[in-house]
Design a protein around this ligand. Sequence first.
Ligand code: HEM
Length: 530
Amino acid sequence: MAVLTIQEVSAHNSESDCWIAIHGKVYNVTSFLKDHPGGKRILLKVAGTDASKEFEKFHSAAVLPKFGPSLYVADLASIFPVAKKEASNAIFTNAPGLGLFGDGAPFAQPAWYQDTFSPYYKDSHRRLRNWVRQWIAENRWADKSDAWEEVVRSNRKPDEEAFTSMGIAGLTRGITGRIAWKKQPYPNIPDLPCGIAEDEFDYFHCLILWDELSATPLISVNNSQPYGIVPVMRFAKPALRERVVPKILRGEETMAIAITEPGAGSDVSNISATATLSEDGKHFIINGEKKWITNGVWADWLMTAVRTGGPGAGGITLLLVPRGPGLTTRPMETMGGILSGTAFVTFDNVKCPVENVLGEVNNGFKALLSNFNHERWTIIVSAVRNARRCYSEALHYAHRRQTFGKNLIDHPIIRDKFAQMVRQIESTATWLESATYQLNNMRPEIIPERMGATLALLKVQATKTFEFCAREAAQIMGGIAVTKGGTGGTVEKLYRGVRASAIAGGSEEVMGDFGMRQSLKVAKAMGVKL
Ligand code: HEM
């Protein structure tokens, strides 16, 4: 490893030969001058010097790991031998085995990552958390977001690796949750990630995967598989199930859920796309439109709700429709979540084999309802993580940016903004863990009725928390949070995703009303006198 003194670095101080030292490392930024988002002049001003202090002011912690390796020249020799500081946190440290994991900034990670006790997480959870974080970092998934967005914007499917990497690593299976634990009926599906045994895998493992992967573009492009595949596993005929499920779980094919229509959203029972039996009785012929279909742009299969009977919930059937003649998916430009590949879908005399009915004809509504809880739970997990990401981005920035002679964090009004974010994030996260514990322990057959209300109300809480944190983070960060890319780019992007999170899977208003109706219904059924 080469080591240079600051005198040696100082010779490289021109536009044609520009070196800069930052945090003990020397970088050759000559070819980077023209690409530097902050401009070349500012770099030339500090050419040949140690610019650590200036660098700290303007960059997030993600910049050097990303750009540094290609610009690195040598280590910087220290003028004074630096006495290694012994970790001085011993007096505050909790029991061995807990410890800080990830960003140690207070509340920037779930509480159990931050050296606190928890009744919920065991060694296998810690192992999975460590493994998935490392898998994300090693493969640099978070950095692929912009490139994949470009691809999706031009109406194309992201690279196959976006799907197969999740499949091979057992992550598509992992985020599908409980029903995908059991390998038995599907011999060709990947093992669960990180060697977790099937009977060991629980909702907290699933939570960890959704939580960690939410900070990458992988979740957006694979969003529908875990919801779409569950009705296939539960209600498809064995031949269809065995043909479709392994390919989806390996990431070789993808699916979307086609329920919402231009005139039917949260009021699902109003759908009007029709399916009629062909004369020979072998196919359903589908006609109609579906709108806002997540991952619809590239899905190979559409788990589609169609009207086969009379009006209302009673006349709905679920069909697993393969992409084929008459089926068109037109990309829709949405406010955020470009990577979701949202589509407007038209069915023009699309033929779907009768063997592809999921469950019973005219009884699809029940199957649909049973799926909503998992979908809402995953939206909650992602919303809490995204709220934390907003908080964390702003917290770090507030330690770098100076206003009126001091860092933002030193202004009481700014600290109060962080306090308001934290109390909402932590209470929501704690409620989420309590709900997840119920999912782990409750008899599966009573989960839809018993957990419906909790998850609906928790979804409202989570998306409102996310919205609040996105707003407050943007207020703290100011102009850079309304600018795409750069230091504030993460908050800008997350902010645009807030509405989809608050509307998809049941709007806040519908969830609030449903949550109360459902909890009262269950209480009455349990004999509670109100
Ligand atoms: C290896 C050296 C450097 C690299 C790789 C680098 C990279 C970057 C990147 C990626 C951004 C976009 C913002 C972000 O993603 O956080 C940025 C912005 C900026 N950089 Fe640098 N930078 C370097 C050195 C410096 C130095 C030494 C200074 C100051 C003397 C500086 C000043 C700025 C400014 C003013 C911005 C604009 C900040 C904003 O968006 O408001 N950079 N830089």
